[in-house]
Each structure stands twice: as C-alpha cells, then as structure tokens.
Design a protein around this ligand. Structure first.
Ligand SMILES: [Zn+2]
Length: 381
C-alpha cells in the first residue's frame, strides 16, 4: 500500500525547505497547504510570539470516518544547524546530505511518514478515527513549541510522537531534567600588584565543581556540568564565572536530591570562604534551577503501547518498549495529560552532517503507523 517513490519524493521536498528553529514559517506554510488539500482543518497557535519564531505550532485535524476517540500524531518542524540550503542525496537506498549540512531527517522523515500514511488512508478508503496532527516549532531549542502549545486546539488524550530512531521500538519512559546555572561573583584585582585584594571567582567555582559526582550517577540518573565561562585577562583576578549544567532522572526524588547536592556544593564554598574573611567581601552566588522537562512513564498495558505492539504483530514484527535518556515534545504532552509514546522512523546520526535515513526504514515506520491507525479505528468510543 505504501508508495515508496512518493514517500522518497515527499521527504526530499520537505528537507529542502529550510526550517531551523525559530524560522519554520515557510515550511509550516507549505505543509499547511498540503494538509488542507487532503481535507484537514488547520490552525496555527500563538506559540510563535512566545518563542520568537516566525510561526506558531501547526495543528491539522482530520475527522476520519470511524468514531473512535481522537488520536494525537506529533512531529516537530524545526531542525538544528547547519540546516540551511540542505540538498538531499539518495544513494543505495539511503538519504544523506551533501556533507555540508545536516539532513533534517530529524524530524522530517517523520513528517514524510505521516503524510504518506494519510495518503494511503485516503486512497485506499481505509477506516480511521479522528486524528489531531500537531507539528511543533522550536523542539530543538528546549521543546519550546510544545511548552507553549495551545492544547485547547485539540481533543486527543493519547497518541504518538514520531521522533526516534528504532522503527521497532516505542519509547514509554523518559527522564525529567533540571537545568542549572550558577553565577559565581568574586572581586577583581590586579593579579600581579594586588592579588590579595581580589576574590578569584574561577577558583571558587572550581572548588565547588571538584566536589561533585558527575556523569552517570546510577541506572536512571545522570548529571553534567557542560559550560563554564568567565575571566577577561590573565593579569586580572576574575570577578565572575558562570557555570551551567543539568541533571536528569527517571526518578523525581533523585532528580531533586542530585540538584540539591550540586546547589549545596556551590553554596558551601561561599560559606567556608566567609569564615576566613571580612563579611562585605563575601563572594556572591546566584543560583537558577529551571525545570527543563518532566518525566514520561507510560504503563505497558496502556492502549498506546498495546496498539503499537499489536500493530507490529499484525505485520510480523516485534515492537519493543524502550527507555530514552532524552526529553522530547512527548514529555511535555505527557505532563498535560496526553499520553504520548514515541515511535522511531529510522533517522540516524542526528545533529551531525553525517545524518542519514534508510528509505526502507521510513517504509516500515509508515506501515506501522497505518496499522496502528487501523486498530485505533476499531477501538470504538
Ligand atoms: Zn527530533
């Protein structure tokens, strides 16, 4: 049923329209036309104003012809850099870029899969329930589109995001994450003439960091210090250093504990410093802890999982439940009460110029999605 050539053509068409984060406008406009020509009712929310993008999230509703509860289908429209002027190269069944940019398979192979699925449904007059298609903006820069999504535009309470690699997997667990930022203030002084008048912010930050456990904390918890910036010259005692990091865990208590441990380590250095010095010279510390994304945990007997597994079975494939180490739009939907499993569409080496995807994997992903939608049509209200 899947038209492989058409799927390939759609994919090429999609990746060759630039849509780096915050500049998804032209891409959204093109997709909107395509979806409307297929009979969808479309809307664009106001997330563009809140994220600084030139468009909002695009919603397309298909009524379907079966009365099952509405199904969410989601993918993101934006890509990372270098993502302008992408040329898709197709060789030996594999799509790559020309080597100077990313390919944009993340997440456009998913959008191609979704469009091909909808075309197959229509041309074969298959039964399908209502579909709420949500194509988000700014996923790559902190899930911003999903975070600002106007969920009143849709009715779906469960469904699928397509934004992973393994076409025989469904991600049912993903961690929560906190983003941390420390601004460690010291006091500047001439490093040669009067170092004793200064407070070295870099030294203090290093002391705090050296006391931390970093990397994999346990099976479900990780933490990282990823950015350190500060100082202006070798002959000045630095008065400011900024340290940024993150903590992720599938367990909320551990997330809170590790976050607290890191914050304490930075605070302790300030307190210990104060004991040996005059009070007004106390090095200041600004701490920002931001919730980056919440955790996802879908029970394996939830319809989202059982439908995907059954669909796989019908196709002679074994769909496996997976745990992810990263956050996706699905985490945000999950928090708002929309149970969202993440399916794979074959993309590999994402966020690099070596990014690629096999056309056969995209076909497999399409076959699975069609089968899921067929099962969903029979699930009744
Ligand atoms: Zn993605």
């Amino acid at each position: 049923m899947v038209n492989k050539d058409r799927l390939a053509e759609t994919f090429k068409f999609l990746v060759e329209i630039d849509s780096v984060s915050r500049k998804e406008g032209k891409f959204a406009e093109e997709i909107k036309k395509v979806l409307e020509s297929m009979g969808a009712k479309t809307a664009v929310d106001n997330a563009g104003e809140k994220t600084g993008s030139d468009t909002g999230n695009l919603v397309a509703k298909f009524k379907g012809n079966a009365s099952s509860p509405p199904l969410l289908i989601n993918a993101h429209m934006d890509t990372v850099q270098p993502g302008t002027g992408i040329k898709a190269v197709f060789k030996n069944g594999i799509f790559t870029s020309d080597g100077s940019t990313i390919l944009g398979a993340d997440d456009k192979c998913s959008i191609a899969v979704i469009l091909e699925t909808l075309r197959v449904l229509k041309e074969n007059e298959l039964r399908y329930g209502p579909i709420d298609l949500v194509l988000t903006i700014c996923e790559e820069i902190g899930l911003l589109g999903a975070k600002h999504f106007d969920s009143s535009l849709i009715d779906a309470k469960f469904g699928y995001a397509l934004d992973a690699t393994d076409v025989d997997g469904i991600i049912v667990r993903a961690p929560a994450a906190n983003r941390l930022e420390f601004k460690r203030h010291g006091k500047e002084a001439h490093a040669g003439a009067a170092p004793e008048k200064g407070i070295n912010a870099i030294l203090l930050a290093s002391k705090a960091i050296s006391g931390l456990e970093i990397g994999r904390i346990d099976r479900e918890t990780t933490c990282n210090i990823g950015i350190i910036e500060g100082g202006i010259a070798t002959n000045i005692v630095p008065n400011l250093v900024t340290v940024k990091g993150e903590v992720r865990s599938h367990d909320n208590e551990k997330l809170v504990k590790i976050t607290d441990d890191i914050v304490s380590s930075f605070k302790d250095v300030v307190e210990n410093f104060g004991k040996n010095d005059s009070k007004d010279d106390l090095p200041r510390l600004e701490v920002t802890v931001e919730k980056d994304f919440p955790a996802t945990d879908i029970p394996e007997d939830h319809q989202v999982v059982t439908m995907a597994v059954k669909a796989g079975k019908n196709l002679g494939r074994k769909i496996v439940c997976k745990t992810s180490g990263g956050g996706a739009d699905a985490n945000i939907f999950f928090e708002t009460g929309i149970i969202t499993g993440v399916l794979g569409t074959g993309m590999r080496d994402m966020h690099t110029v070596r990014e690629h995807v096999k056309l056969d994997d995209m076909v497999k992903a399409t076959e699975l999605l069609i089968e899921i939608i067929k099962l969903h049509a029979n699930s009744g209200r």
